[in-house]
Design a protein around this ligand. Structure first.
Ligand SMILES: [Zn+2]
Length: 181
């Protein structure tokens, strides 16, 4: 790879046992880190969960998943959750709390860190699949279609378990640090 700062060709560099790329010209070290992402477990008034069917260009096409995606640089994870849910399913449903955080290491080499939020949806907007999602629908939690990600299966079962144990408490989506605004 070439240096993102000066354009020189980088070299292998072992950093405490981790192989990285380092620029011999300016010394820049290319750190490779997981991508921050969000997923939203949207629950309607009937207790159903909102899922999207993945398009042909996605990893695991044809399978279903929670609304999810990458956090853009100029937004908080909370804003990303609202945006991804709207883009992929057409509804606006702000998150009510965090239900899980998972590390996903996919077959395509992508490693993502996913903040999984829960959102209680009380509206009745029609679902409109969009972005890389080709269908969107509400499902009973005991009658789910094939899911793309085991982390989604886990988050849904965690939600059921929390419900059975008396509900979800002590959740928060507050506390972001936004400086200079
Ligand atoms: Zn450089």
């Amino acid at each position: 790879m070439f240096c993102v700062k000066c354009g020189a060709e980088c070299e292998d560099f072992e950093d405490s046992g981790i192989l990285r790329q380092k620029c011999p010209h300016c010394g820049y070290i290319h750190y490779k880190n997981p991508y921050p992402c969000v997923a939203v477990l949207v629950i309607n008034d009937r207790g159903q969960v909102l899922l999207g069917k993945r398009g042909e260009k996605s990893i695991y096409p044809g399978k279903w998943c929670l609304p999810c995606g990458y956090i853009e640089y100029d937004e908080t994870y909370f804003e990303a959750a609202i945006r991804e849910t709207k883009e992929e399913t057409g509804i606006i449903s702000p998150p009510d709390g965090i239900i899980n955080v998972v590390s996903n290491m996919f077959d395509n080499g992508v490693h993502s860190l996913v903040v999984v939020m829960i959102s209680y949806y009380h509206g009745s907007e029609p679902l409109k699949p969009g972005d890389d999602i080709i269908d969107a629908s509400w499902f009973d939690v005991d009658d789910l279609p094939p899911l793309a990600f085991s982390a989604d299966v886990f988050s849904i079962s965690k939600y059921e378990k929390m419900l059975a144990e008396g509900g979800i408490t002590a959740l928060t989506v507050e506390g972001n640090s936004v400086y200079g605004h």
